[in-house]
Design a protein around this ligand. Structure first.
Ligand code: APR
Length: 313
């Protein structure tokens, strides 16, 4: 039986770290692709040379050629550029839309049965682009956002309370970052809602921090954006798929009526297994929660309409 084939497009900070973790955990054989010549080959060789030290048998190949990705089971797309000083949001959107479009066309041609996990920002809109360009069914195109937003939220709760991260379960919905909708009544420490464990102003502070979590790291790094936690979150999704774990992970998916949201990509709790998105979990929201989720979804919809208007797709 062969190992799962996982391609990672973009061998920059997020992509290379994703490949490192996938190999270290032996989730499959990995193909690392970048537009820059020789760089993915160099990183792949370096990762192969690390394998006897960490004892993994995953094969890591670096390439600039999509032929090497043929027949991938899962493809993680991280290619794109971060926003640079002086660059408008529109410039970023059009550049990354072009990159994700080109990449998806080539990935879909070589791996028509793959499951796509998008990481490139602006995330929810890039999932829309990949879904449209690939023509893949909605259960095979998703975005990594909720896994990262909830990981950030959980880490802040653990730090605040001085308890193990293993005790914490967070529940988030909505778009990535600013638009995240955390459901504090379902966010628990050893089964106890955080609302029982701290005053409302602390709960509110812990909710605000992951909303600006990406920006907080950009400010510290100065030359790039976060990559360890984003890569680990993408790996969590890949693992759920290749091991058919049926794990509930908040992910960006196409809503078609769920939570009253029509035809929009937004973060919802989904069950991930070997066929991709196997179910969207629907829970009853309060009016306030539902309103926040709809506001978040409307922001994504506006952005996708804006991309449509650019005439790139
Ligand atoms: N095809 C393949 N690779 C590409 C292409 C392309 N058309 N265009 C750019 N790339 C590659 C770049 O050469 C670079 O190696 O994508 C990589 C991006 O890496 P970084 O600049 O290090 O960015 P990273 O921190 O990995 O973030 C990537 O993930 O979290 C998001 O907001 C982040 O959108 C960004 C993406």
């Amino acid at each position: 039986m062969s190992r799962p084939k996982i391609s990672v497009i973009g061998a920059g900070n997020v992509g290379a770290t994703t490949a490192l973790m996938l190999a270290g955990l032996e989730h499959g054989d990995i193909v690392l692709v970048d537009i820059v010549e020789d760089m993915p080959q160099g990183k792949a060789l370096d990762l192969m040379e690390m394998s006897p030290v960490l004892d993994y048998d995953s094969v890591i190949t670096g390439t600039n050629n999509y032929d090497d990705t043929a027949g991938s089971d899962v493809v993680v797309i991280t290619s794109g550029i971060p926003r640079k000083p002086g660059m408008s949001r529109d410039d970023l959107i059009s550049t990354n839309t072009n990159i994700v479009k080109q990449v998806t066309e080539q990935v879909a041609a070589k791996s028509p049965n793959a499951i796509l996990i998008l990481v490139t920002n602006p995330l929810d809109a890039m999932v829309y682009v990949a879904h449209k360009v690939s023509g893949f069914p909605k259960h095979r195109v998703m975005g990594m956002a909720g896994a990262l937003d909830s990981a950030r939220f959980m880490s802040f709760i653990a730090m605040e309370l001085g308890v193990s991260v293993e005790n914490i379960n967070a529940f988030v919905l909505g778009g990535h970052g600013d638009d995240m909708v955390p459901l504090e009544r379902f966010t628990t420490v050893a089964g106890v809602p955080i609302t029982e464990l701290m005053p409302p102003d602390r709960v509110e502070a812990l909710i605000q921090r992951p909303r600006g979590g990406g920006g907080e790291i950009v400010k510290l790094l100065k030359t790039g954006s976060a990559f360890y936690a984003p890569a680990a979150s993408a790996v969590e999704m890949v693992e759920a798929i290749v091991k058919d774990k049926k794990k509930i992970i908040p992910s960006c998916v196409l809503a078609e009526g769920e939570y009253g949201i029509e035809n929009t990509f937004v973060g919802l709790p989904v069950k991930l297994g070997k066929t991709g998105i196997e179910e969207i979990l629907e829970i009853k929201l309060t009016d306030e929660e539902s309103k926040a989720l709809h506001v978040s979804a409307s922001h994504v919809k506006e952005l996708c309409e804006h991309i449509e208007g650019m005439g790139i797709l």
